[in-house]
Every structure is written in C-alpha cells, then in structure tokens.
Design a protein around this ligand. Structure first.
Ligand code: SAH
Length: 383
C-alpha cells in the first residue's frame, strides 16, 4: 500500500487497478500515511495558506430534477427564494469588509436570471470590488452564455460532473439531463479561459468503487483547476431521502489522492464534510484541502438553500466567525490571507510536477468527452 502511495506522490498518476486497490484496501495506518503526504504537498504548494471564498446562494429555484438534490424542481415542499442584485451586492460588501476576495455566486438553474441580469450582476460586483474574483456556479448554460459572463469579468466556474460513469449518471438524474451535456459544458468553460472546477459526491446512491476510480481518472485527464468533493447526504423530500449517507473517511481519501494527483489543485473542504461531522472541514484540510467557503448569504435564506438535511450554516460569515475560523486554522498551522487565491500554473522548470498540467495530449477517456478546443485553452493573464 505504501508503495502505491509513494508512486502516486512521486509521479502524480496511478493506473486504474492501482487506484482500485488503494480504495479497496484502506486501513488506518495507510490512510494516515496518505493524509500526511497530501498535507505536506498542500502546505508546500500554498505556503501554509488556506484560501477563503464567500458563498452567496443566489436562488433555490431550479429547473433541474436531480434525484439527490433538495432544491430539485419536483420538491414542492421547498420554500423558494431568489436574491435581488442589491442583496447580492450587500453580501459582497459585508464579505469584502471581512477580507473575502472571492465571491461564489451559486444557485439552482433559475430561468428568472437571464444572461443580461447575470452579466449586469457581474459588472456591478467587479466595478465595486475590482480586486476580487467572481466564481459562478449556476449550472449548465450555452457556450455563448458562458462567454458573455466571462467577458463581463467572471473568473471561475464550478460545475461538478457528479459521476464520470454515464450509467451511474443516469441513475442520479432524469433522462433529460445527460453526462454528455455536462461534459460539453465543462470543456466549453475550459476553452473560454475560466478557472474551472468540477467534482463529485462520495457515496451517492448506486455508486461503486469503480465509479470513484472513473471520477479520479476523468479528473486526471481533464486537469481542472478546482475539485469539490463531499459526502452524499440524503434530503428527506427527494427520491433518495431513504438512502445511506456517504462516508467521511472515503471522502477524505479522495481529497488526499486528488492532492497528490494534481499538487496545485484548489480543493475546498466542503460544507457537506462540515455537516457530516462538526470537525469535518478541519479534517478535510488535514487531508490536503486548501480552500474554505463560508456562507455569505443573508441569514434568512440559508435554511431554504437546503441541498440535503441538516446543512450547516455556521455563522462563520459574521466578523467573529471569520476571526474564529482564522484562529482555528492557525491552531492547525495555517494562515488565511486576504487574497483572491487564484489557481497557479505549475512551474515548468520544476521536475517534481507535470510540466504542463493543462496540455494533456493523451487520448480522452471516451468519446463522451469532446476533444474540442483544448489546445486553445489558456490561463488568464491576470493570474
Ligand atoms: N446548480 C448548480 C449548483 C448545484 S448545488 C450546479 O448545477 O452546479 C452544488 C452541488 O451540491 C451539486 O453539484 C452536488 O454535487 C451537491 N449536492 C446536491 N445535493 C446533494 C446531496 N444531497 N448531498 C451532497 N451533495 C449534494
């Protein structure tokens, strides 16, 4: 086991069989060995820093019907809300005063938010806070829409692939939502020049270890800038309300493997990890994550953006909350800088890491993933 972990740390890659072996034969000793290696790499890459992102939950209206998600269209029990552009700007003001320099606008796929409205929101945030980055997480859109947001100043986009296996994807979503469309969106985003985040749930219904290996291999292939991984947590008003929740240990294992696979990857220690266990987010950091996303949404809407039961809204948005978070991170040996916390491309002169993590020339995993425009992908010059 140690040999496989050493190989991963030294070469950043493992074969499918080795990954499966790693996931199937875990024990406390090898986990601790893996976590300490991942932690070491994260500390080196990010100089003991943890980046903050302020999460603003724009709307819980959604036209999608993902079977796992509490804000799915068919959930008639969900009390719907959407923020006004003024409320979003207020959240940014509070966040900026607290030292946040990235705002993540996340929401359901809400048709009310036309491209014009989103573009004007991006423009006004950027003109008020030109030193801050904007991350969008608004689901599947046309390439033209993604382009218009990028042109308006959006820097990053989060869109989890959820599972890289098309059969598994079909078990988690209605027929109208396909992995193919999701993958097209991800490649569109990358070709436009966004810093792109993807990710998946651990322990989603019907998931196998083989599926998780496919997720890791897809990520190795796609080379995103960010990856969000969290345990699946049931929501009582969804078809998966009676399914088991995912495992925290396995989630931590995924974080650590990803850290070794792509050393400079931005990996959040997710809200779902903090929900499954009070110390979950600290444990995520100790397994190699380097980003925390406290909630900046107005407090009266937080319980309405309920993707799963018991979702935490820790109050870490308040001034004392951020101070408390800084102290907790300091206790673990980390600092939280006032910084955008952008993705930094790997130094091409270092022989410890892949020379060009985004210039992957190997054939793509399957025909599902369009090999379009990857060569035209560029990292924004502002980074
Ligand atoms: N509409 C946006 C935001 C979706 S919610 C988009 O499509 O990207 C953000 C993420 O929460 C989802 O990608 C999913 O991975 C996660 N999520 C949703 N329901 C969940 C659940 N029940 N348990 C754990 N994570 C969940």
């Amino acid at each position: 086991m140690k040999k496989i972990i050493d190989k991963l740390a030294a070469t950043q890659t493992l074969e499918k069989e080795e990954l499966l072996y790693l996931l199937s034969n875990t024990d406390q000793n090898s986990n601790e060995y893996l976590f300490s290696k991942a932690r070491y790499v994260a500390k080196q890459q990010f100089n003991d820093q943890i980046y903050l992102r302020g999460l603003i939950e724009l709307s819980n209206y959604c036209k999608c019907d993902c079977l796992y998600c509490g804000i799915r269209r068919s959930n008639k029990m969900a009390e719907r809300y959407r923020l006004t552009p003024e409320e979003v700007l207020d959240c940014c003001e509070i966040g900026h005063n607290l030292g946040f320099r990235t705002f993540v606008l996340q929401g359901g796929e809400d048709c009310h938010f036309s491209d014009d409205i989103i573009v004007s929101m991006i423009t006004s945030i950027k003109s008020a806070y030109p030193d801050s980055a904007i991350t969008l997480s608004l689901g599947e859109k046309s390439k033209a829409s993604y382009q218009s947001y990028f042109k308006a100043g959006a820097d990053r986009y989060l869109l989890r692939h959820e599972t890289a296996d098309p059969t598994h994807y079909a078990k988690l979503h209605p027929k109208s939502q396909t992995l193919q469309t999701r993958m097209k969106c991800l490649y569109d985003l990358k070709s436009i020049g966004y810093q792109v985040g993807t990710g998946f749930m651990v322990g989603s219904p019907y998931q196998t270890l083989d599926n998780l290996v496919s997720d890791l291999l897809f990520i190795q292939e796609f080379q995103p800038h960010m990856v969000g991984v969290g345990p699946f947590l049931p929501h009582h008003d969804t078809p998966f309300g009676h399914h088991e929740k995912g495992s925290m240990e396995l989630t931590l294992l995924m974080i650590a493997i990803l850290r070794l696979m792509i050393p400079n990857l931005l990996i959040p220690s997710t809200t779902a990890l903090g929900t499954i266990k009070p110390t979950g987010r600290e444990q995520g950091i100790l397994a190699g994550a380097n980003v925390i996303m406290p909630n900046l949404s107005p407090t009266n809407v937080r319980e309405k953006y309920l993707l799963y039961d018991n979702k935490i809204s820790t109050g870490q948005e308040a001034a004392e909350g951020v101070i408390d978070l800084r102290n907790r991170m300091q206790t673990l040996g980390y600092q939280i800088p006032v910084s955008r916390g952008d993705f930094r491309p790997t130094d091409p002169h270092s022989n410890l890491q892949p020379v060009d993590p985004h210039g992957c020339t190997r054939p793509l995993c399957s025909s599902l993933y369009p090999p379009t425009e990857r060569s035209s992908y560029h990292v924004q010059s502002s980074i």
